[in-house]
Structure formats: C-alpha cells, structure tokens
Design a protein around this ligand. Sequence first.
Ligand code: NAD
Length: 265
Amino acid sequence: MARVSGRSCIVTGAARGIGRAIAEALLDEGADVCFADIDGDLVARTAQDNADRARRGGGKVTHAVVDVTRRAEVRAMIDHAVAAFGKLDVKFNNAGVNKPMNFLDVTEENWRFIMEVNGLGCLIGMQEAAQQFIRQGTPGKIINTASVASRQGFDNVAPYCASKWGVVSLTQSGARDLARHDITVTGFAPGVVATEMWEQVDQDLVAIGAAAQPGQAMQDFSAGILRGRVATPQDITGTTTFLASKDSDYMTGQIVMIDGGMVLV
Ligand code: NAD
C-alpha cells in the first residue's frame, strides 16, 4: 500500500535519526522527499544513499541545507523543493536539539539555544510552509515533532520540556489559524528513541552528575515503558506516514503519542 504516492514532502532534521527514518518511510510509499538539515555534508550523503529507495518507491529525492531558525534559509529550502517537485504538500518540522543541565544551572544561553531551534524553528517552518500552501491554493499538512517532554516536565531538561510544550501550543494555535486555508496541523510525541541525540543526552547526564554511568538513564527510562524497551526510529514511521497521508485528513490540532506507553495522557 502506498499511502503518500505523488505527495511532495519536506522533512527537517533528516540527515539522521528520526527525521531520516520519517523521510525514508515516505519514499517507501511513493512520496517525493526533500531531506533538509543544518549538517550539509551529512544530509547530502543521506539523500544520496536514498536514491535507490526513491526509484523503488516511484518518487524523487533531493536535499537542502537549512538552519530552521533562519527564515531566509527556510524559504530557500521550500523554493528548492517546489522547483524539484512542482509543489509542496507536507512539511515536517522535526529538527530539534537538547542539552541537559541541572535546573539550578540552566543558563540563558542554554534556554535560548533550545527555544530558538525547537520553538522559533517550528514557528518559522509552519509559517513558511503555510504561505507556500496558500500561494499554491492547495490543501497542506504541517506535522510537528513534539515529545513526551511536551506532556510532562522531566528533571535536568527544563528548557527542552518548555520548548516541546511550546510545540504543542504552536500545533493547536496553527490548527485554529490555518483551518480556513484548508491546512491541517498535527504532531507526534516520541518517548525515548535510540538516536544520536539520546547518546549525547546520556553522556551529558553523566557529565552533570545526573546519571552514574553511560546507558543508565536510557535503562532507567526503559523500565517505565509499558512496551518494555526504547523505540527505534522505525517504530515512529507508521504513524508519521499516516499523518502525511489522506487517511489523516480529518485530524488537526492533535498530538499522537508514540512512546510505548511511557506517559499516559
Ligand atoms: P538527532 O540529533 O539524531 O537528529 C536531529 C537532526 O536535526 C540532526 O541531523 C541535526 O543536524 C538537525 N538539526 C539540529 N539543529 C538544526 C537546525 N537549527 N536546523 C536544521 N537542522 C538542525 O535527533 P533525533 O533523536 O532524531 O530527534 C529528532 C526530533 O525528535 C527532535 O525534534 C527531537 O527533539 C525529537 N524527539 C527525539 C526523541 C528521542 O528520544 N530521540 C524523543 C522525543 C522527541
């Protein structure tokens, strides 16, 4: 079953991790996909590695180098995808960062860095995608990456939690504001996903004295997950392709939890 055949999609943070998996799953089901990331070398390689996958799926692949906090770069990324694919149908705002600090040590610099990428980057991505859908006169889908940290405050990652609660607010506000343009806004909330972000978080938690040894934080979290393990990026993509497909057309303003039963809200 090809749920997204012929759909033109952009995924940010697609050089690796969850974004890469989202983009690859879209290619598997026939979409045209622009892999976008701030890491120019890696995103070029990732897109190149997916040339065969795109051929098999019947879609096209391209890539763009973008800092999601810079509006001009976001516009250029969208222009690039539209030039390559003829239009834009689906925009994933997935790029995100984390940098754990004990609550009392959180600095303005830490707060601004995380809020800028996860909060402002999401807002700019939503606005510029919506402007493109409106220019085209077509319906559009915006899909934001939230987190279990959008539903519960966790220790040692307060700015990250604040930023991801912000993603929920942007999803709800955007859904209300953009409905009249036939644009839906949804999001999904992973729990603990084994990616390089988590490897770094794990090391940072040890460095700030919040975990005794590498791997411990991941293990502690796993113990509270009903499915009994952390997620792989591929655990996320059945849902993300659904959100990009027509099957989700009647959904807007909602966040889908994909956390193996970690936070029950
Ligand atoms: P990752 O660090 O493996 O990948 C993130 C990608 O985003 C990287 O390729 C990075 O270069 C890119 N990026 C960072 N800043 C950027 C910027 N300013 N502009 C463009 N690209 C930028 O992380 P991941 O685990 O794949 O996380 C992806 C998303 O999922 C993030 O929003 C993250 O907060 C969220 N998330 C992750 C987990 C998890 O457990 N891994 C859980 C919940 C939510």
